[in-house]
Design a protein around this ligand. Sequence first.
Ligand code: KIV
Ligand code: ZN
Length: 409
Amino acid sequence: MEGVEPPIGEQQLSRVYIFDTTLRDGEQSPGCSMTTSEKLEMATALVDLGVDILEAGFPIASDGDFEAVDAISRQFPWVQVAALARSCTLDVERAAEALRHAKRPRIHTFLATSDIHLKHKLRKSRQQVLDDAVAAVSLARNYTDDVEFSAEDATRTDIEYLEAICQAVVEAGARTVNLPDTVGFSVPSEYAELIGRIVRTLGDRAIVSVHCHDDLGLAVANSLAAIEAGARQIECTINGIGERAGNAALEEIVMAIKTRQERLPFETKIHTQNLFPASQTLTRFISFGPQPNKAIVGENAFAHEAGIHQDGYLKNPLTYEIVSPESVGVPETRLVLGKHSGRHALHKRAEDLGYQLSRSELDELYQRFTHAADNKKGLRNDEIALLIESIIGGHSREAERAVPVPAGH
Ligand code: KIV
Ligand code: ZN
């Protein structure tokens, strides 16, 4: 029947492609450089995760980047591997050479389009930049059909000019047009407007892609607003690493889509149970891990400390958990026992540690536990076990003393 929404679950889901740039935008940021063998191991985690396009490096930037693109192309021939190139001959040729063993190579060429960049960085006119972009895309098409063009600083670019350059690169053969929020300047409603306009301009001649930086903490929100406006590729990184405040976090985007299907009727091919393992692999190779309260992969993402929360969670996890830890590969929900925890959680932890406590033992444990937790950030399992042992031990010594000694001894 016309005008009636199909029930949730029967809606047609639009496919969104996940373009991972952990090994390029992520790797180029401070504290994140990796060796080729580390990049290969990280690429394995990304392939297991099911990313659609894996950006493996910026071959002209260093021999290490060239080697990584080459090695990843050889090791994962079935994967769509991308290499970055500025819009100039040397860069495009170097990217093509690094990708020569890839079965599904993508050349990703970029050029800044905002007046700020044209005036202060490139010192070129709008026409010169448009010509360079078209020339780079045409050259790249001699090596592969799969060419992406990025209009760097798109969100601060004059919209008519941006529209003209997008049309010109698509005419030259670009299949994907990326509109980066390079400096993390945009807000969701504004970004959605921009994306919607370019989607309408290009129609089905190209996929519109987004690439958001997190300078104002809006990278994920902007990326989600963009897919609602018609973008179908999202560029993102594990743990949100990347230049300055980072890129949009892959795990947050994917889980937002998966968790809120009724508002975000999209699908990705990400195997979500591999999200946490991928995050852990990355953390092994770079100099910092995700912040403890980082969504999805942070140490505390599934930790409940407040007593009311723990009580509700133990009665039914749905009370305080919208994503299950297993669905993203986190081994267990962590009930942190701290000063806000209640008797219910403490009792459960004692049972998990193998103790069956009587009511009076539990009373005593709770009293001693709250006293200890008041002075600490939280008690570890071994500390709780010690407390329990001292209570049980104390009781059994009292019991021993209470047993009457038989006469004659
Ligand atoms: O942030 C940016 O604009 C980029 C481009 C090279 C895609 O990383
Ligand atoms: Zn970037």
